[in-house]
Design a protein around this ligand. Structure first.
Ligand code: NAD
Ligand code: MG
Length: 390
């Protein structure tokens, strides 16, 4: 039996992972499941999968979790330190599917104990790519990408020589507003941004798809995961979300990965790697798809892509600044304190403010420094929002 843990088990990626594991309960020994406010979901899945441990991120909900697990024999814990402890429990495979920078410390803990890390939490690579890679190198732990684009690239690279990569192309659906006139975006609401044309995902990543902040994070993720020069990573808008990514080789070949938009493919590939198993995902009928469209992303519509390129050129802790400021700008947009187009402005203001203080971005990349930088970026994003309102 393989020992598995799921960090962020109650979310969109987490629930798809639970679905795959629950189909073959004999094959897995579930160590830990973690979640947030949805105690009922967490407790039900922990019982159903016979987990050793269930952890809620919210320390105030420990008693609720204990009550919900009463008589099950599942241990209950709560709070950020308990999340790290859960990730440190010996396991063969750990799904990292917490949303945001909160996923960094638990993901690192899983790598430190040598578990294979199925990485959906792209924010940890954006904030601290070098730390994540070093932790994996220290213990020999593997990182298997779960983001659909990065899983696609990973699959296209099986048996290939990395030196023969000329470029990587990741696709973007363009999100909820891809066909809106730019002028209309000023008044776009969180509800409108929360409906994705092709994928069913958590609310935050869905809004990030509409603003292209998700693709901006993924540009950095591609650079960090595959060690490829930022100038060789391209983004192409592909409204159908059928081609997830392409790898171009030095001989001119372009290998594309196609599939229906269902995250259980990328999760299942990471779960069964290096094997391929039957997965419960829709099969494509190319005659039904009929057409695949591609176009260049518009830089005025999607300033997040320009900011991501600046962050990759700058290096240091600028990824942590970018992500922290982005997370707070998104909170403020969801709370209706700023408009949709203001999010990129807030992030850019915070990046500039960091740049004006000598040494901040170039401090050594340690977990402490990344955490401090993340907190400061959030504070300065709040300040930038207050100034805009005033
Ligand atoms: P989600 O919002 O649906 O779920 C997030 C999970 O993290 C939940 O279990 C929640 O309880 C937990 N969580 C939230 N805040 C937390 C905190 N502060 N501390 C600890 N736990 C916390 O998110 P999602 O859409 O499943 O995305 C999860 C990750 O996977 C993100 O990094 C996202 O970018 C990435 N991803 C998601 C998809 C998708 O299809 N949803 C695709 C590719 C990548
Ligand atoms: Mg993706």
């Amino acid at each position: 039996m393989r020992r598995v843990s799921i960090l962020g088990a109650t979310g969109s990626i987490g629930q798809n992972t639970v679905d795959l594991i629950a189909r073959d309960p004999q094959a897995y020994d579930v160590v830990a499941l973690t979640g947030g406010a949805n105690i009922a979901r967490l407790a039900e899945d922990a019982r159903r999968l016979r987990a050793d441990l269930a952890v809620t991120a919210d320390p105030g909900r420990l008693q609720d979790l204990r009550d919900a697990l009463e008589g099950s024999g599942v241990e209950a814990a709560a709070g950020p330190a308990a999340l790290v402890e859960a990730a440190s429990r010996p396991a063969d495979w750990v799904m990292s599917a917490i949303v945001g920078a909160a996923g960094l410390a638990p993901g690192l803990a899983a790598l430190e104990q040598g578990a294979t890390l199925a990485l959906a939490n792209k924010e940890s690579l954006v904030c601290a790519g070098a730390l994540v890679r070093q932790a994996a190198a220290r213990t020999g732990a593997r990182i298997l990408p779960v983001d659909s684009e990065h899983s696609a690239v990973f699959q296209a690279l099986v048996g290939e020589d990395v030196a023969a990569i000329e470029r990587i192309v990741i696709t973007a659906s363009g999100g909820a507003f891809r066909d809106w006139p730019i002028a209309a975006l000023t008044s776009a609401t969180p509800e409108q941004a929360s409906s994705h044309p092709n994928w069913d995902m958590g609310q935050r990543i869905t809004i990030d798809s509409a603003s292209m902040f998700n693709k901006a994070l993924e540009l950095i993720e591609t650079h960090e995961l595959f060690g490829i020069d930022p100038g060789r990573v391209e983004v192409v808008v592909h409204p159908e979300s059928i081609v997830h990514a392409l790898v171009g080789f030095t001989d001119g070949a372009l290998m594309a990965h196609l599939g229906a938009p269902d995250m259980r493919h990328a999760i299942g590939y990471a779960l069964h790697w290096p094997d391929r198993r039957v997965l419960p995902v829709p099969r494509l009928d190319l005659t039904q798809v009929a057409q695949l469209n591609f176009r260049a992303p518009d830089d005025t519509r999607y300033p997040a892509l320009r900011l991501a390129r600046a962050v990759m050129a700058r290096g240091g802790l600028s990824g942590a600044v970018f992500n922290g400021a982005k997370e707070r700008a998104l909170d403020h947009f969801i709370a209706r304190r700023i408009g949709f187009l203001d999010m990129a402005g807030v992030v850019e203001t915070v990046l500039e403010r960091f740049e004006s203080k000598a040494g901040l971005i170039d401090a050594p990349m340690t977990l402490d420094n990344v955490t401090r930088t993340d907190h400061l970026a959030r504070d300065w994003a709040d300040a930038a929002v207050t100034r805009r309102a005033g």
